[in-house]
Design a binder for this molecule. Structure first.
Ligand code: G6P
Length: 611
């Protein structure tokens, strides 16, 4: 969580940092701040959005070619002006921006207080910069060395950038556990939590590794590890277009991303699958092919929407590969003593590739000898790099905090993977394999058709805008879609919603049903259709309001449901890719009508880099 941006070079730093912070606002938006160095080291910070900070400042007063900026998702201390970053050290010489958590900050704070440091905020980050200042003073060394020594003593996660009032052309940065990308331009450098603030200025980037310290002094770059050994930066060329991170005429990123799904699913399939030739290949698998094909068990670890994609995958993997599959919340998995064998293959699913719990789950599974296959959207992300092998989802940048196109891309990659394994293991017939890859190729066009219900769903949303609860029900591979539909609604509209397997309704949720309770059924034609029809009748008998997602041309359910939304017919195993579309649109329109901030819902962050 939290976004950081830093600039040093020949241009004005302020506009670059403000624009960069806006691009990183998906990471947190409780407060924002910048520090600029121009003779004085000046900090400007404010509770609220980056635009609130911007409105309070006059760029004329902000001339400087070096600066740091931060957009915060509060961990220690409530969101207010004082807890906003950057933080000064007690003597005012240093300023820090920090993304992460320093776990031993209480002990450090006590020690520093006994040495006369006075703290203005409740943050661990202010303790961190004072700790560095103390070492800097005690040892009378250079700042880079003081940072290095401090890092040996702090416990926790950090991506930090520090300015020193007495060093007008210097940025010192370091990372452990929180993401950091360095951009190298012509006589200028940028540092950020991801590449989006950088791409306008340079495509040359270095993904900073854990325990590396970056020093930029008078235009010279050096990177050392925590043992003071110089490391060679691996410079990569970014393949990211500016228009991919802009709204492109849509009112919100979320809507843009929902509508991008025909393209993002097609991009995910491109070059990997061809139904005509029967060709299916995932480049990431090649080196680890034997390990995956001979796995005793597939274990999926993920959080949030990615966990729902993993649940969909569990059904598909077991059905096609006949190998046991299990899904774990990364946060639960990492804190018990899970049974993991060398023959297990762990799929780590993550849009951002930075989720702290998923990363920790990977490390735990690795230590027990398992092979890790990462399925990430963000290229070069920490999870992608920590995995033995992997496949990117190629959905393009997802900026809306509520995940949409990443989900369908994850399900697409995982479906291809299951098909590939099933084909190699001989657990699928040639005919069924061909049928499924042909249908998978048709999915982008069918998603396009499902999106045509947008106007109708917007109207429907107006009927439910004042609901206080909602129940989402599905069966089989569409049970996780019910969970995802409920999550979308609660995330962005703050309406309480629950997803349930439809058959479980009788074991509790049925007690909630009355004429005010909307019940959203995923009721497309599949092996559970008749059962779902009975469940709909049970809800109607209790006067619940039924919205049913049905297959085009269904004539039975429209006679019972209050509203129906049609999606094209497809294979049951692929139906989550279509059925989730109206649920995404429904939550979007309800949230817009309720006046909620769809792209930046309260208290949430896109990338949860703290546990
Ligand atoms: C946060 C986001 C969710 C996302 C989850 C997992 O909660 O708001 O949209 O599903 O993190 O993130 P990941 O990047 O690992 O998929």
């Amino acid at each position: 969580m939290c976004g950081i941006v830093a600039y040093v070079g020949h241009r004005q730093a302020y506009p670059i940092i403000i624009k960069g912070l806006k691009r990183l606002e998906y990471r947190g938006y409780d407060s924002a701040g910048i520090a600029l160095l121009n003779g004085d080291l000046s900090v400007y910070k404010k509770k609220g959005k980056v635009s609130d900070l911007e409105d309070s400042l006059d760029p004329k007063d902000l001339e400087s070619t070096i600066g740091i900026g931060h957009t915060r998702w509060a961990t220690h201390g409530e969101p207010n002006d004082l807890n906003a970053h950057p933080h000064y050290s007690s003597n005012g010489q240093l300023a820090i921006i920090h993304n992460g958590i320093i776990e031993n900050y209480i002990a450090l704070k006590k020690e520093l207080e006994s040495r006369g440091h006075v703290f203005k905020s409740q943050t661990d980050s202010e303790v961190f910069i004072n700790f560095i200042e103390q070492i800097f003073t005690d040892l009378n060394c250079d700042l880079e060395e003081a940072v290095r020594i401090a890092l040996q003593k702090v416990v926790g996660a950090y991506a930090i950038v520090i300015l020193d009032k007495n060093a007008p052309n210097q940025l010192i940065a370091a990372r452990k556990g929180s993401p950091m990308v360095l951009g190298i331009g012509d006589n200028e450098f940028l540092i950020a939590s991801d590449a989006t603030p950088i791409i306008e200025y340079t495509k040359k980037v270095v993904y900073i590794n854990d325990y590396e310290i970056v020093s930029i002094k008078d235009g010279e770059l050096s990177i050392k590890n925590i043992n003071a050994e110089t490391t060679q930066p691996y410079i990569q060329e970014l393949d990211l277009r500016l228009d991919a991170i802009e709204k492109g005429g849509f009112e919100h990123f979320m809507l843009k991303e929902i509508f991008e799904q025909p393209r993002s699913i097609a991009d995910c399939l491109r070059g990997r699958m061809n139904a005509q030739t029967g060709h299916l290949v995932l480049g990431g698998l090649i080196e680890y092919n034997n390990k995956v094909m001979n796995a005793n068990r597939f274990l999926f670890v993920a959080c949030g929407t990615s966990w729902h994609a993993a649940l969909v995958a569990e059904y598909i993997f077991e059905e096609l590969t006949r190998v046991p599959a299990e899904v774990e919340y990364a946060s639960e998995f990492r804190y018990r003593n899970p049974i993991v064998h060398e023959g297990d293959v762990i799929f780590a699913i993550s849009q951002s590739g930075e989720t702290a719990d998923t990363l920790a789950a990977i490390e735990l599974a690795k230590s027990k000898g398992a092979m890790i296959y990462g399925v990430c959207n963000v290229v070069g992300s920490s999870i992608a790099r920590a995995s033995h092998a992997g496949s990117y989802t190629h959905a393009g940048p997802e900026i809306g905090v509520a995940s949409t196109k990443a989900f369908t891309a994850q399900v697409t990659v995982l479906t291809m993977m299951a098909l590939l394994i099933a084909e190699k293991k001989g657990t699928i017939t040639a005919q069924r394999f061909h049928q499924l890859i042909t249908e998978l190729e048709n999915i982008p066009a069918k998603v396009e058709r499902a999106l045509k219900s947008n106007d109708y769903i917007a109207e429907l949303a107006s009927e439910y805008v004042d609901s206080t609860n909602a129940l989402y029900l599905g069966r089989g591979v569409n049970f996780p879609v019910a969970l995802e539909g409920a999550l979308k609604l609660k995330e962005i509209s703050y309406i309480h919603a629950e997803g349930y397997p439809a058959a479980e309704m009788k074991h509790g949720p049925i007690a909630l049903i009355d004429e005010n309770m909307p019940v959203i059924f995923i009721a497309t034609r599949d092996s559970g259709y008749e059962k779902i029809v009975s469940n709909i009748q049970e809800v109607k008998a209790r006067k619940g309001k039924v919205i049913a997602i049905v297959t085009e041309g269904d004539t039975l359910i429209p006679t019972m449901a209050d509203h129906i939304i049609e999606v094209p017919d497809t294979d049951e195993l692929l139906s989550p890719l279509l059925n989730v579309i109206p649920l995404q649109l429904f939550s979007y329109h309800v949230a817009v009508l309720r006046g909620c901030n769809v792209d930046q819902p309260r208290n949430l962050a896109k990338s949860v880099t703290v546990e």
